[in-house]
Ligand binder design. Structure first.
Ligand SMILES: [Fe+2]
Length: 234
């Protein structure tokens, strides 16, 4: 298990959390929700009919402890949420390198050194491994002075700057680490951490993960950035 100021996990949910995550992944409502999206992504599901299960899942004692230790903060709200799904029988290309901090500010430049206002949480509700598309990240990328990134917030730059956030030549693969996250485990990470996922090596297995963006409860999000995704206190 990794535990530093950039990333913590994988950590196993409590037994009740694992039961609930299994319920969510197998539930017909989840499948229905995901079937409406071509890419197998359900955005902002905390504000739809699955929200009550998410509210319950986020109360998991192991998860809560990890969150408060990670940034010394106990009060968060969910700002955005997704379920990502790779259907069995179909290839998975992976997710290109990016960080999640693009979205934090409205008009101000992004401060990559700041930690705690905005953190990312990934809960594996299937095995996330080599076969299904392993999680990858660049250690040291949060504070690296070598890595030059576009510091404008997301809506003030071109979409291509969201992925491959490093402007100059950089060997991502050479500098990356892979992290297997077993079904029922989670990781939390600094939202400026550069991360992505590798292509699946097998098409047979499915891959499902819950991704949450959490921000401190007292952080005000502008209406422009909320875009139909109301914040949910946890
Ligand atoms: Fe991400």
């Amino acid at each position: 298990m990794i535990n530093n100021e950039e990333i913590c996990g994988p950590i196993e949910l409590s037994d009740s959390g694992k039961k609930l995550s299994r319920f969510i992944s197998k539930n017909w409502r989840t499948k229905l929700l995901l079937s409406n999206w071509r890419g197998g992504t359900a955005a902002n599901w905390h504000s739809n009919f699955l929200g009550k299960h998410l509210k319950e899942l986020i109360k998991d004692p192991v998860l809560k402890d990890t969150l408060s230790n990670f940034t010394n903060n106990k009060k968060y709200k969910i700002w955005r949420s997704n379920i990502f799904y790779k259907r069995p029988g179909f290839p998975y290309k992976g997710i290109n390198w990016h960080h999640d901090k693009h979205f934090q500010e409205n008009d101000r430049d992004i401060d990559f050194r700041e930690i705690g206002t905005h953190i990312s949480l990934l809960i594996a509700i299937s095995n996330i491994d080599k076969q299904t598309g392993i999680f990858r990240y660049i250690p040291g990328s949060v504070k690296s002075s070598e890595i030059k990134r576009n510091i404008s917030p997301s809506h003030l730059k071109s979409k291509k700057d969201h992925f491959k956030p490093i402007i100059e030549d950089f060997d991502y693969d050479k500098n990356s680490k892979s992290l297997e996250i077993k079904d029922g485990n989670f990781i939390v990470f600094h939202s400026a951490l550069i991360h992505g996922s590798a292509a699946a090596t097998s098409i047979e297995k499915g891959r499902m993960g819950i991704v949450l963006r959490l921000i401190k409860r007292d952080k005000k999000v502008s209406d422009k950035l909320l875009k139909g995704s109301p914040c949910l206190d946890i």
